[in-house]
Design a protein around this ligand. Structure first.
Ligand code: V47
Length: 382
């Protein structure tokens, strides 16, 4: 029997899968895992042992603390020049069902969730062929003017690279303008899977994996933090997943600018890949655990409840996750692709999910500072 980082007694590591023993030794000695270790973790039949190891690391880093935030999603347009087979959200210009928010409309819709005093606007949208760069800068400026305390997490690496091209600016110059307008950090989308073979199938015509990683590095060098995602459960294999995670780890070694890793479970409905099966609970939990174990230089692993369901997000808090994202008023991208989860959740419900998993809820802002609430506002302790 040993003592866990939370002070509770813990039984020793147990498994019938001999291949996990050398990995367990490394994890206990806090040594870095290799690509081969990653493959072993993906292939092990003993999911509970893999989860035990990831939980050990999670508790070593965070004890019982489990983060969530109060945020609102804004998707300014679904018009997109890319033709990603993975996506059910985007439409071609002129197609039925397209929308583009007028700036006033976007600012007004942002205010709708304000009764719970959101601390973050999460802004992700299509690559619109005609909207000028100024539209996006004005969108952000207008939000900052109206909601100066709210952190603006806007534009994935794919959008940053696209807007730079449209504005005929370098990426660093584009980032300067975004920061001046009020962008505080960037979300982690668009990473998908970095391997070219997979990217050609699921998201051809988008920046390639190296460009995504280079853009992230430029974002970090510009003094902005960003997140990292991985879309799994489509045509990728275990080697592709390990390759993706280790490429993120390499960038993080250089910049330290990633805040959290978010595995995104593929939702096939209404996409060109609609014939593919949905991910299973085992795969979702394993993905969280392998992410936690390989990404020794990432502080946080987020289990995005919208993607894996609130119930699985709760279980994931014992498989390596220390964050379940936020209230997420009002999600569109996964709901177009068949997600059956609610489009938002109240703060109290998130806290209950976390408490019932035996963890301690901590409301955070986007940069993982603790948020304290009074009646209708919030205070951030840095
Ligand atoms: O890049 C699109 C994914 C991403 C589907 O940084 C799909 O905190 C599953 O950036 N099934 C955009 N996934 C969302 C994003 C994000 C989400 C949550 C948290 C954060 C963060 C960022 O959504 C895309 C793509 O990988 N996506 N379609 C689909 N059918």
């Amino acid at each position: 029997m040993t003592e866990s980082p939370t002070g509770r007694p813990r039984h020793e590591f147990q498994t019938d899968d001999a291949a996990l023993w050398p990995i367990a030794e490394k994890v206990l000695a806090q040594q870095r895992l290799t690509a081969d270790d990653g493959l072993t973790l993906y292939r092990s039949p003993d999911i509970l042992a893999v989860g035990w190891l990831a939980n050990l690391v999670r508790e070593r880093m965070h004890g019982d603390l489990t983060y969530f935030n109060v945020n609102r999603h804004i998707n300014p347009t679904n018009v997109c020049v890319a033709t990603c087979r993975l996506c059910a959200f985007a439409r071609k210009k002129g197609e039925a069902g397209t929308y583009t928010m007028a700036l006033e409309e976007a600012w007004e819709s942002a205010g709708k969730g304000y009764s719970e005093a959101v601390t973050e606007f999460h802004i992700v949208g299509g690559l619109h062929p005609d909207l000028p760069f100024e539209y996006f800068l004005d969108l952000v400026k207008g939000l900052k003017e109206r909601f100066p305390k709210v952190h603006i997490k806007a534009f994935t690496m794919v959008e940053v690279a696209f807007l730079a091209k449209r504005a005929k600016l370098s990426i660093p110059d584009t980032l300067v303008k975004m920061k001046e307008a009020g962008v505080d950090s960037c979300p982690g989308g668009g990473a998908e899977i970095f391997a070219d073979r997979v990217r050609h199938i699921i998201c051809d015509h988008k920046i390639d994996g190296s460009e995504w990683l280079e853009t992230a590095e430029m974002v970090h060098n510009a003094g902005l933090r960003s997140n990292a995602t991985m879309l799994y459960g489509h045509v990728e294999n275990e080697e592709d997943r390990v390759d993706h995670i280790l490429k993120l780890r390499e960038v993080q070694d250089r910049t330290g600018g990633f805040q959290t890793f978010i595995p995104l479970a593929f939702h096939p409905e209404n996409t060109v890949l609609g014939h593919l099966p949905k991910t299973t609970g085992f795969d979702d939990m394993r993905q969280i655990a392998v992410g936690r174990l390989l990404l020794d230089n990432f502080s946080h692993i987020k289990s995005y409840w919208q993607m894996v369901t609130p119930k699985m997000a709760q279980i994931s808090l014992r498989f390596g996750a220390d964050d379940i994202d936020g209230t997420v008023v009002e999600e569109r991208i996964y709901h177009e692709a068949g997600a059956t989860t609610p489009q938002g959740m109240r703060r109290a419900e998130l806290e209950r999910l976390i408490r019932e998993a035996g963890r301690e809820p901590v409301e955070r802002d986007t940069l993982y500072n603790r948020v304290t609430r009074t009646e209708d506002t919030f205070v951030i302790s840095v």
